[in-house]
Design a protein around this ligand. Sequence first.
Ligand code: ADP
Ligand code: ZN
Length: 716
Amino acid sequence: MLEQCNILLKKYFGFDEFRKGQEAAVNSVLNKKDAFVIMPTGGGKSLCYQIPALVQEGITLVISPLIALMKDQVDSLNSVGIPSTFINSTLSSNEIDERLYQAYLGEYRLLYVSPERLESHGFCSRLLGMHVSMIAVDEAHCVSQWGHDFRLSYRQIPDFINKLPQRPVVMALTATATEQVKEDIINLLGLNNPELVITGFDRKNLKFAVVNGVEKKDYIKKYVNENKGSAGIIYAATRKETESIYKLLAHEGVRVGMYHAGLRDEERSRIQEAFIYDDIDIMVATNAFGMGIDKSNVRYVIHHNMPKNMEAYYQEAGRAGRDGEDSECILLFSPGDVQTQKYFIDEADIPQERKALEYQKLQRMVDYCHVSTCLRKFILEYFGERVEEENCGNCSVCCDDRELQDITIEAQKIISCVYRAKERFGKTIIIDVLKGSKNKKIFENKLDQISTYGIMASSDRDFINLITNKLCADGYLRVTEEHYPVLKLTQKSIDVLKNNEKIYMKVEKVKSHVNVDNELFNLLKNLRKDISTKVGLPPYIILHDSTLKEIASKLPESTEALKKIKGFGEKKVDLYGEKVVDLVLNYMAEKGITSKSDSETTSINEKKSRGQTKEEKIKSYMVTYNLYTQGLSLKEIAEERGLSIATVEGHIFQCFEEGLKINLDDLIPKEFEDLILNVIKEFGKVEKLKPIKEALPEEVGYTSIKAVLYKYKYAG
Ligand code: ADP
Ligand code: ZN
């Protein structure tokens, strides 16, 4: 049976093998055993029930809370040749009748329904007459009050199951898995001794980054410009923020949309659609956006504000890179965000004990923004996974290669201030004391009389605040769970005071996401967009980014070769195969790329994966140089070629070094010319460019520095 499933996996979805966990889940269903599947977003939950649905007799019922997602999934399934449909409130009663009738006739393998449907008697009685072989409960955490999207109608599910003449096998699926939610799901859904399928929560293709102490709007503007053409989501805490970021970006001329709960329904679906269909690149939104967005080619998620807890953060950030391609999740932190979230908790209509829990979760979120250990490790351990590895190599902490600063002295001052103030005060007061503030509260509490009063008077308030946050995040201090949290000592604080432990810190800095420029990839994207417009399905449902990238690197020259590409099942080869192959062949002819025999393919792929060959690079430089000699400005060349200006400068400089004629002034920004020259002079002997670069404003690139060196004959 499992073997048959493997064949179907290839035939319909074009995948060679099941992922970790999928096989176990499928097997469980085949053995008529309930299953509880916990996988992170993008882990591949859908296939766990879609494949069994193909081999079992009868119909598979999928309960899903998200109307938009339902349609997406059904479109996806039909596009690969698996007949399926959905029933929800967007349909008229005639349409519902028709679909139920077709289902009764056995026309569908899968039927998606919203949980609210199960409350309708008419609906249930129609289902009783069908052979339901399996029920998949998607987003199963909705059954739990402790989850983040509690849905009362999920509680109806076990009743409904019990009414069926024969109990189908039940599979629950979720990406949330705190202990409490896990127990709730098993108990409240009445799972019968389920097979537990829990894969790791790690999303290796996501790079996590926390950015502290930047001008957020500038950062976003810069990032968006550097990543033009990639899809991204920018989350903000409030409507007002959302609007202001939206305006900022619209002004920059990027393709951007806005989404928040204050917009009319039609407006919201219009803009959501535009995003899904790649008609806009960027969505600026509050957390109202995202439920039910299955767009898989989102390349980055930036949080303009810190969310309320790690669950929310991981879910929102997790909307990046569902297709498995490298993507970035960046959180821009500022202390004000903590106040906003506290305000939301205070205003929420929930019992006091629940508020305490929310404060506690918020504190962990703040900790995430300040830890000096691996962010991935922090996240995974938060969700209860054990992580041995200290350095993931793909987060802003692990990738931060600047020197550590010894901050032991500062830490000792802060910790000892907490101690001397008898662990009775919060951060603001402690900082006041350290700064030697003349605040009324200080005198009222006689804090001006303790020995740490004013011992950091010459330090910046923000700096003390940052270190204090770090100390909390790393466990050198503890924060109580109240509206006005109090700082307390821990065992680790004692070690620092006793001078047994040194503390180091780095100040965050994040490199921007690097775009892969790939002509063929872009051509394929255009083709996909054409097909999408014609057939009325979102581009990522037609073909995934990863599939296009693989095509661009493997250059399949026949539909047969196309079948070997991940994501190209039989139906897709039939539908789009010829167009894609035509495009590849034309491209190869135009570029003079000769055909490769099978044995060569691998070595070429290897070369490609390591980047362009030397020859290809020079070819690319020459294209840039030709445009340059035609008198185009650097900006125009950048647009024409879809490269960043810095890359264009780099190309031209390479040509210069190869002996071609250029005007060095074109590469030197006027406003920085004197400054660059002065810095070079200051260094006297130029051995390495890095220190020079670091002494200059960020927007000055290496190329400009090199151009100045040549112009003033410091080099060559
Ligand atoms: P989830 O529902 O867990 O968020 P999906 O079911 O949407 O995840 O799958 C995420 C992505 O992974 C999809 O793009 C899907 O096509 C891809 N995928 C799933 N299973 C496999 C597999 N066995 N091999 C390759 N890609 C897969
Ligand atoms: Zn890391």
